[in-house]
Design a protein around this ligand. Structure first.
Ligand code: ZN
Length: 337
């Protein structure tokens, strides 16, 4: 902590620029100070910081020129980064969308494992709940500390990217358990290949080269590959049981909507829509990254609804089969008497 404070003192000028010409639109408590005044990090924590414009950012942070303002300055302090979660800036919605989403899916794990009526579904839903909670938590964490410093931002960007495959793999594992309940070979094959592909992407996400800005399109492509490969078992399911049954028994409509939403989220994120059409208008709310985050959470909720329907169908089907068998068994016994 002392080391952090020292580092913070050294870099305090970034928090309160002396020759700031920026508009006061996003200003908070920052006052112009005499250059002779010695910065006090404790005081700074209470006073806060002034949001910056795109041109004021260091080169490594100038990523989206269509977002003109609302940037947190480099804070060089984890506690300041954490405090900034409660402030309004252009990362606020990015943080909260995935923080709340992560807490929601983590809470679902606790609920399913604590209530006896959900015990059957708990183990089936666990990969989906767990993968989603991990992915969203990694994202919220990255967006919280992304303004700390170049080094910290780069490290946590890797954590953010490494979280995405958890979401896809977790969701597919839960779906495969229900959709391929009676096709053990296919279930095992897909349940092995998809996690291997996912974990390969996780490892790639943690490498230096993969996180460079010029690899932005490549990153999107890699994650698209996992999604694309996840389509194979969906097609297999439709071919095996027909589209009508796949819709009612394997929530194919839900899965199709999720694939479309994932593609939409990728396009919005890559093309920086809508801010590219009105630079500066979507600085704080509704810019492409927020929309991308919101779509991810909505897609996860649709996936959950689909799994619920599948689990209900299979439960009903299993119960009715048992009932028929039971009736048949009784019928045979009564005939033998
Ligand atoms: Zn994000």
């Amino acid at each position: 902590m002392a080391e952090m404070t020292h580092f913070y003192k050294q870099n305090f000028k970034h928090l309160i620029p002396m020759n700031c010409k920026a508009s006061s639109k996003y200003s908070t408590v920052n006052e112009e100070r005499s250059s002779k005044e010695k910065p006090d990090p404790v005081e700074a924590e209470h006073q806060g910081w002034r949001a910056q414009h795109f041109e004021e950012l260091p080169a490594w942070r100038q990523d989206n020129e269509f977002i003109r303002g609302g940037y947190r300055p480099e804070l060089f302090s984890f506690s300041l980064c954490l405090n900034s979660v409660l402030r309004v800036h252009n990362e606020t919605a990015n943080i909260w969308t995935h923080l709340v989403g992560s807490a929601l899916f983590a809470a679902l794990i606790a609920i399913y494992f604590s209530l006896s009526q959900f015990r059957d579904e708990a183990m089936i839903f666990l990969p989906f709940f767990g993968g989603t909670a991990v992915c969203l938590a990694c994202s919220a964490l990255y967006h919280t500390v992304s303004c700390h410093s170049h080094e910290i931002s780069t490290s946590f960007a890797r954590v953010d990217y490494a979280g995405i495959p958890w979401l896809v793999v977790g969701g597919m594992l839960s779906w495969l358990q229900l959709a391929f309940q009676h096709d053990h070979t296919s279930r095992i094959v897909y349940s092995t290949i998809i996690p291997i592909l996912g974990m390969t992407t996780v490892v790639m996400s943690l490498t230096d080269k993969f996180n460079a800005r010029e690899y932005r399109a490549f990153r999107v492509m890699c994650f698209g590959l996992i999604v694309a490969f996840s389509v194979i078992p969906l097609l297999h399911c439709v071919i095996a049981i027909g589209l009508k049954r796949a819709v009612t028994e394997a929530s194919m409509c839900h899965m199709l909507i999720i694939v479309i939403l994932d593609l939409l989220a990728g396009i919005v994120y890559s093309c920086r829509i809508p801010e590219r059409f009105a630079p500066g208008r979507f600085d704080i709310w509704f810019h492409s990254h927020q929309i991308h985050h919101a779509i991810v959470v909505v897609a996860a909720l649709i996936h959950y609804m689909g799994l619920l329907e599948m689990a209900a169908f299979h439960k009903m089907n299993t119960n009715s089969t048992e009932e028929v068998l039971f009736v048949k068994s009784n019928f045979n016994q009564s005939n033998n008497l």
